[in-house]
Design a protein around this ligand. Structure first.
Ligand SMILES: Cc1cc2nc3c(=O)[nH]c(=O)nc-3n(C[C@H](O)[C@H](O)[C@H](O)COP(=O)(O)OP(=O)(O)OC[C@H]3O[C@@H](n4cnc5c(N)ncnc54)[C@H](O)[C@@H]3O)c2cc1C
Ligand SMILES: NC(=O)c1ccc[n+]([C@@H]2O[C@H](COP(=O)([O-])OP(=O)(O)OC[C@H]3O[C@@H](n4cnc5c(N)ncnc54)[C@H](OP(=O)(O)O)[C@@H]3O)[C@@H](O)[C@H]2O)c1
Length: 254
C-alpha cells in the first residue's frame, strides 16, 4: 500500500515519542497515536513506509488500555524487513498504527480459577504486562504467576515494572525468570515445558497445576507454545475454546 492509498479509517498516523534500547537487540518503541480502545493482551499492527510501500507486522500492546504512550516491545530479527527499520526510529518520526486491535489472549476469554499462570518467551512478555497493569487479574485470581523465559539474563527487560507489581501485590504475585543459555543465581536454567514436567516450577511456587485450580495463558515462540500445551494436556488441562471452555489459552508470535 502506498502512502496515498492508505485507508485512514483503518490506519492512524502516530508519532514516535521514544525508542528505548533495553539491549542491542531489544527495544520498546513508545508512540502517540489516537487508536480505538483495546483490551489488555491484544495486538495491533504497526508499519512504516519502506520504498514507498507500507510494511506492517502485528505487535502486542505493552501498555494498559488506559495508559499513554502506546508501547510495543520488539526484538531485531536479522534481516527482518520491519524490525531493521524500527530500530532506526527517532522521536517525532511518523509511524502507522492500525486503529482497531485484534486477538483473544485477553482475560475476558479466560474462565474463572484460583490461579493464573502466564508463560512467555522473549518479547511475548508484552501482552502479559498489559494485563498485569489492569485491575482484572488481581480481582479475579488468588495467585498470579508470570514466567519469562529468555536466552540471556540481560534479556529480562521490564525489571522496574515487575518490581512495582511485586510491591503492589506481594501476596498474590510471583515472577519466575528463566535464563536458558547462561548460569545465574536467580533464574532457572531450563525450558518452560521441562520445568512443568519435572515439577520444579510448582515446587518453587508451592502450588500445584491442575485443571480444577489453574488457568494458563501461553505466548511466544510457537515451538514453546506447542511443547508447553502438550505438557499441560498430559496433566489433564485442555485448550480453552469459546465453545468448549478449558484451561490453556495461547498466542503464537510467528
Ligand atoms: C499476534 C502476533 C503478535 C506479535 N507481537 C510481537 C511483539 O509484541 N513483539 C515482537 O517483537 N514481535 C511480535 N510479533 C512478531 C512480529 O509481527 C514480526 O514478525 C517481527 O517483529 C519481525 O518482523 P520483521 O519484518 O523484522 O521480520 P519477519 O520476516 O516478520 O520475521 C522473520 C522471523 O523472525 C522470527 N521472529 C519474529 N518475531 C519474533 C519475536 N518476537 N521473537 C523472536 N523471533 C521472532 C521468526 O522466526 C520469523 O519467522 C508478533 C506476531 C504475531 C503473529
Ligand atoms: N541471540 C542470537 O545470537 C540469535 C541467533 C539467531 C537468531 N536470533 C534472532 O533472535 C530472535 C530470538 O529471539 P529470542 O531469543 O527472544 O527467542 P527464542 O529463540 O524463542 O528464545 C526465548 C526462550 O525460549 C526458549 N525456547 C526456544 N525454543 C523452545 C521450545 N521449543 N520449547 C521451549 N522453550 C523454547 C529459549 O530456550 P533455548 O535457549 O533453550 O532455545 C529461550 O529461553 C529471533 O528473532 C532470531 O531471529 C538471535
Amino acid at each position: 500500500m502506498t502512502q496515498g492509498a492508505i485507508d485512514r479509517k483503518r490506519w492512524c498516523q502516530g508519532q514516535v515519542r521514544e525508542l528505548h534500547a533495553w539491549t542491542d537487540k531489544l527495544f520498546s518503541v513508545r508512540v502517540d497515536a489516537a487508536v480505538q480502545p483495546f483490551k489488555a493482551g491484544q495486538f495491533t499492527k504497526i508499519g512504516l513506509f519502506i520504498d514507498g510501500q507500507l510494511v506492517s507486522r502485528p505487535y502486542s500492546y505493552v501498555n494498559a488500555p488506559t495508559q499513554t504512550p502506546l508501547e510495543f516491545y520488539f526484538v531485531t530479527v536479522p534481516d527482518g524487513p520491519l524490525t531493521s527499520r524500527l530500530v532506526r526510529l527517532v522521536p517525532g518520526d511518523p509511524i502507522e498504527v492500525m486503529s482497531k486491535a485484534s486477538g483473544f489472549l485477553t482475560l475476558d476469554e479466560v474462565p474463572q480459577a484460583s490461579q493464573l499462570l502466564l508463560l512467555s518467551t522473549g518479547t511475548a512478555i508484552g501482552p502479559f504486562l498489559s494485563i498485569l497493569k489492569t485491575d482484572q487479574p488481581w480481582q479475579r485470581f488468588e495467585r498470579v504467576v508470570l514466567v519469562h523465559a529468555v536466552r540471556l539474563a540481560e534479556e529480562l527487560s521490564f525489571a522496574e515494572t515487575i518490581s512495582s507489581l511485586r510491591a503492589d501485590h506481594p501476596a498474590q504475585f510471583d515472577f519466575v525468570p528463566v535464563v536458558s543459555r547462561e548460569d545465574t543465581d536467580f533464574a532457572f536454567r531450563a525450558r518452560i515445558p521441562a520445568l512443568i514436567a519435572d515439577g520444579r516450577l510448582e515446587a518453587r511456587l508451592g502450588l500445584s497445576i491442575d485443571a480444577h485450580t489453574t488457568q494458563v495463558m501461553i505466548c511466544g515462540n510457537p515451538e514453546m507454545v506447542k511443547a508447553t500445551t502438550a505438557t499441560l494436556e498430559a496433566r489433564g488441562l485442555k485448550r480453552n475454546r469459546r465453545r468448549e471452555p478449558g484451561q490453556i489459552s495461547v498466542e503464537n508470535y510467528w
